[in-house]
Design a protein around this ligand. Sequence first.
Ligand SMILES: [Zn+2]
Ligand SMILES: [Zn+2]
Length: 284
Amino acid sequence: MNFYLTILGSGAALPTGRRRCSAQVVNVNGFKILLDCAEGTQDRIRYHHIKLQSLGTILISHLHGDHFFGLPGLLSTMHLCGRTEPVTIVAPRGAREVIETIFSLTGNHVDYELRFVEMDYAEGIHRVFDCPRCTVDAFPIVHSVPTYGFRITGLDDRHQTTTPNTCNLRHTTQSPIVYTYCCDTAYDETLVPYMQGSDLLCLESTFADDLVDLALQRQHLTAGQAGRLAALAAPRQLLLSHISARYKDPDLLLGQAKALFPNTLVAADGQVIELKTMKMKSEE
Ligand SMILES: [Zn+2]
Ligand SMILES: [Zn+2]
């Protein structure tokens, strides 16, 4: 199974030259999902040579601007580029009204179908999307507006391969690969069961540990809190993202998380992670 994650934006609410606001592309056996869409995300999609029209499934964690304000522009560009295929948008309730209002008041429209899956869950984990290559489950996390974490499971493609000499058919026996994304959230250990069994767990890490009071007030995590959640959830690898613009060098955050969960990386814009091997390359 091929399962790649491309980081388009690893910063928090304030974009900088090094860290843009939150957006990622998940690629499961060639099926691509856009995960959050901040202002500037469509520019990053083009910069990384990802085909715009290949992103027919979009997951939005919450409606804060640094995760959502790029969506109307992206949908509009897809229209301008001649899209006819539907786009599925999984987002908290209200996303449809925002998009339809923007298009209505600005005289814009799209010629393809927008399929909204609006989430309005108070608790639990819910299947919000599936296709032959992956499933997506969403669970509410803890933030100042309704916000959801996503658990994306890459399915064994069950392709039947032919052995040249015998022509016998056999099934592949790969186990699923799981990527879990939690951004933005405050510290809450009741979320741990939804993170367990992840190969890669991406947690926001907006602040260093000395700003724990600010993290609580704004409902974000510190690096140490992210490390503690990872220690409880035990993924193969922890990825810290949503890094505040105040941290030019993320080593402080990395050290605080690693003290509690050694297998930790800090996300960087342009980074590509292959989830089977956890091999990583940087494109910027
Ligand atoms: Zn955010
Ligand atoms: Zn937020």
